[in-house]
Write a protein that binds this ligand. Sequence first.
Ligand code: ZN
Ligand code: MN
Length: 439
Amino acid sequence: MSFNVFIGLEIHIELKTNSKMFCNCANDCFEAEPNTHTCPVCLGLPGALPVVNQKAIEEVILTGLALGCQIPLFSKFDRKNYFYPDLPKGYQISQFDLPLCQKGNFQEIKIRRVHLEEDTAKLFHETINNEKVSLIDFNRSGVPLMEIVTEPDLRSAVQAKEFLKKLQQLVRFLKVADADMEKGQMRCEPTVNLEIENNGRKFYTPLVEVKNINSFRFVEKAIEYEIKRQLEEFEKTGVEKQAGNKTTRGWDNKNQKTVLQREKEEASDYRYFPEPDLPPMRFTQEQIEIIKKSMPELPEEKTKKLMKDYHLTSQQVKDLIGDEQKMAYFEKALPVLIKEKIDFPQAVNLIINKRIDITKTEPEDLAQAIKSKDKTPQLPQEELEKMVKEVISNNPEIVAQFKKGKVTVIEVLVGQMMGKTKGQANAAQIRGMLREKMI
Ligand code: ZN
Ligand code: MN
């Protein structure tokens, strides 16, 4: 018996627009007193009318473009009807058949759709005066919520976790969301099932959607648990998937397992219909082009550029890209580093390892600090030239790789040179000499 895992992800991300999705209330539910950012619209009072937040729409389209999606020129909002105390209207304004973005591809995973909806209020279950009570904070009600749905292309828990990390990095780069999972700004519901092959026949286990996951680590654990559980369940009962049927289970972190929440759920249960209080949306190709032009450099391109142009290692690039403040500092310092001929990897090391306080150190001072440390005696130029020639002729394979475009291998040669000179040379200068000889 062998098996394959199928995982699709449904990801909700709160956008960090100034105001909420359909009203003027401030969109900053963190650290605010409960129920201080509310109005008749986001409280769901009868007769209150929604008005669309244009910025939220543009941000979803920008994200869709970064995910390689098609952007249809016609879209609309729909009502998703269900009852829950955190949803006073009795319906969520969402999108059903005509989402803002569709058919994309990110990290080699197909994106089915990206749509826009409103977040619900937040429930707190507490005990007050020995009485169990539920409290509701409406500050979150009506916060713009972007939903990204992938095809079931993911094959393992680790892959799902890595995909989510890349997605988080992307929306942070686009500056549309902070996407902190611990704060609930990014929430993920994986749908998992297995294809089991036994004696040449294929079986499919029932689809299970897992809710209540609030960290990358739990994503991995919940999926791993679910794979094991489904295998055991199938061996015991042999129950197979039925078309259109999906079970919901919740991740119970205390007991490290998933627990059954709902047996069956279908789109028809929600009685979706077009939102009558909002007109449908029409876009022109020009409007989409303008959004496309505002796209910043994305993490993948940036990584390549930093490795190629500044000889940073992939770990250094990872550290820089993962920290907006450090990245901004490096970019601010670049003109000075270039002017003063400072070794980039050396400067980045200081920035990453917090050996300097980047909030207090001017780039000029950073350059000086590196220069004064570099006062080890230097070998004369002719001697260095000779050594560079030797190193190049001793490493024909590395030189060939470099010439083929794998420019980071130059670091191997720099390392050899530093060894040969016993450190009596400047790494940036050595690198420059090596490059000159090899190009
Ligand atoms: Zn409001
Ligand atoms: Mn949703």
